[in-house]
Design a protein around this ligand. Structure first.
Ligand code: ADP
Ligand code: MG
Length: 258
């Protein structure tokens, strides 16, 4: 089981889109995929047609169980989507209260890791969509993954947000004492603007080989796919955006084989 966490402490950079796009492509490869929505806004949950206000089980139950999380509970909180090989553990609004509820309890950082270990034989890939807030959800998602995927919008202000994310990542790596590989993914690339190219160059200058050597272009098909509640690769398989995610996926899978 390979776990990828999609994180950036900035909103609107393409985290949810990246999660859905990669999940859809992996499912089409015949991989058994689990998406986990840890964002209280529940965009990913809505994407797959679930109303987070009507759900009886969600990621929230997993965190409420804390160290007692087990396979049975994990299974209870996972829903099949309409699409083959694609399951989701949805988010509910209650997640927003988690930090207040659990903030002071020790040992909460490895709940998701323990939960995922209990269903490890049921999935090939797990993709975790993370809220742009440093809290117990992000700490958990960063602690249990093989790689962190960091979508960065290619515009001038993006680098500031990225610095913050990188500091968080380093902090967590330090406290856990283990390396967490990461890949920076330039998103919302607009080839007509100077800002996109300049930002891309700055990213490579600063983060070198950790930056994927491609970019996800602005493509209106993503919004259409989201309106249709369908993974982009099924909605518009030949679109520029989907082709870009396809080559990103090939790159990421090569990295995992190393
Ligand atoms: P985040 O999860 O980081 O907040 P989203 O993935 O929800 O970001 O993206 C924010 C908005 O931008 C959404 O409306 C989404 O459809 C749109 N979007 C994301 N990536 C692209 C893209 N490559 N081209 C066009 N629109 C995009
Ligand atoms: Mg999102």
């Amino acid at each position: 089981m390979i776990v990828w966490t999609v994180a950036n402490q900035k909103g609107g950079v393409g985290k949810t889109t990246t999660t859905v796009a990669l999940a859809g492509l992996l499912a089409e490869q015949g991989k058994r995929v689990l998406c986990i929505d840890t964002d209280p806004h529940a965009s990913l949950t809505y994407y797959f047609g679930f109303d987070s206000e009507e759900l009886t089980h969600s990621v929230f139950d997993v965190f409420s169980a804390g160290k007692d999380v087990n396979r049975e509970l994990m299974r209870q909180c996972i829903l099949p989507t309409e699409f083959d090989n694609l399951n989701i553990m949805p988010a509910t609004m209650a997640l927003a209260t988690l930090d207040r509820k659990l903030g002071t309890q020790g040992g909460m950082g490895l709940v998701l890791k323990k939960g995922l270990a209990s269903v490890a034989d049921e999935y090939d890939y797990v993709l975790i969509d993370v809220p742009p807030v440093l809290g117990v959800l992000m700490v958990n998602a960063l602690a249990c993954c093989n790689r962190v995927l960091i979508p960065v919008q290619t515009e001038f202000l993006a680098l500031k947000g990225l610095d913050r994310m990188m500091r968080t990542l380093m902090l967590i790596q330090k406290s856990r004492g283990e390396e967490r590989p990461y890949t920076i993914i330039p998103t919302l690339y607009d080839k007509r603007t100077n800002a996109s190219l300049q930002t891309y160059k700055k990213l490579v200058g600063r983060y070198g080989k950790s930056v994927w050597n491609g970019m996800i272009p602005i493509d209106t098909k993503f919004r259409d796919a989201s309106n249709e509640q369908t993974p982009p690769s099924l909605y518009a398989p030949k679109s520029r955006g989907v082709l870009a995610y396809q080559s990103l996926l090939i790159h990421l899978q090569q990295m995992e084989r190393r």
